[in-house]
Design a binder for this molecule. Structure first.
Ligand code: PMV
Length: 330
């Protein structure tokens, strides 16, 4: 069968997904909102081939660890069931994002895999269908099907738990400065972390209620191009997510002393009049939501306290692209 390639960009949640109401289907406890990023993406090629005796999967030319391999095979099984085929696949993936370092590489990975494998299996799916499919690989992947600002509706079942764009073309100044505290894979992955928080945090229910209540104000901030309100809500929501982890029994932490230094600096810069806000995911890296005109000032301030730190600028990015191998693409 024909090989297809898909490119999907990572996204950073401004309102986080942190807990599953349904473990198997990956239905979240909250509605989340994200920004897709231009600079970080995954490109994946899939070909179902009758000559294969098993699935062959590589990431950046390397075979995957058994555990990760299993996740991809499970995902391919969903595709095979839907397409009514039982052919094995060759999957080649290239990550243009530090893997598992809190930069949500699983989001771009499963969105790209959904796009390439569905096309290679001959399935003709809508973007919403691809979002539902990607969601079953990794929750945040449901949002990486679309560009710009994206909302993943919590929903109640497979059909209703799906992402949709809020603003695909972001034509106003907003960026994320990603401060790389560590590019090592995290110790507690997001799946384990959110389960811990759900089961062991005394305030989990309040997280769900407070996070869902922020959806409308966040939508309004996006519609009004209101960087200050957007950033303030995102920072509050990120800190509340991390607070769940810190008060869980046993507690666990993604943020390190360096992460906190950066968060403190962001507060200080804000007191000095800059529109800068921090958001953090299941890892120590800090993303600074900011105005592109302030990049130099923020970088200088960061380098004063952390001379060696790596900073990557990320701007709003596009949704999923799929093309047949050999064909030209945008
Ligand atoms: O999709 P997962 O299982 O990698 O979980 C993502 C969790 C966070 O990145 C912390 C939040 C989010 O909404 O992306």
């Amino acid at each position: 069968m024909v090989a297809f390639t898909a490119r999907a960009h990572t996204n950073i949640a401004l309102l986080k997904y942190w807990g599953k109401a349904d473990q198997k289907l990956i239905i979240p406890t909250t509605t989340s909102i994200s920004l897709t990023l231009n600079e970080f993406y995954t490109e994946t090629t899939v070909e179902f081939n009758d000559d294969l005796a098993n699935d062959q999967i590589t990431l950046d030319h390397q075979p995957l660890k058994a555990k990760d391999q299993k996740k991809i095979i499970n995902f391919l099984d969903l595709i095979r069931a839907q397409a009514n085929i039982n052919t094995y696949a060759k999957v080649e993936s290239f990550n243009h994002v530090p893997t598992a370092a809190g930069l949500a590489s699983s989001a771009s990975a499963f969105a790209a895999l959904a796009g390439a494998s569905a096309a290679a299996a001959g399935l003709d799916l809508t973007p919403a269908d691809l979002s539902r499919l990607a969601r079953q690989g990794s929750g945040s992947a449901s949002r990486s099907i679309f560009g710009g600002f994206v909302q993943w509706d919590r929903g109640t079942d497979h059909q209703t738990s799906v992402a949709h764009p809020l603003q695909e073309q972001v034509d106003w100044p907003i960026q994320l400065l990603t401060v790389i505290v560590s590019d090592q894979p995290k110790k507690i992955n997001s799946r384990g972390g959110m389960q811990n928080a759900m089961q062991n945090s005394p305030f989990y229910q309040s997280w769900v209620e407070r996070s869902n209540a922020l959806v409308k104000p966040m939508q309004t901030a996006i519609n009004q191009h209101d960087l200050a309100t957007l950033g303030k809500i995102a920072e509050q929501n990120a800190l509340e997510m991390h607070a769940q982890n810190m008060v869980a029994n046993p507690p666990f932490f993604y943020l390190t002393d360096i992460s906190w230094k950066i968060i403190n600096l962001v507060q200080e810069l804000r007191e000095n009049g800059l529109k800068v806000y921090a958001t953090m995911d299941a890892g120590p890296n800090v993303k600074i939501i900011s105005h592109p005109d302030d990049t130099q000032k923020i970088e200088d301030a960061l380098h004063t306290i952390l001379p060696e730190i790596t900073i990557q600028v990320a701007t709003p990015g596009p949704g999923l692209k799929i093309w047949q191998n050999g064909a030209t693409h945008a």
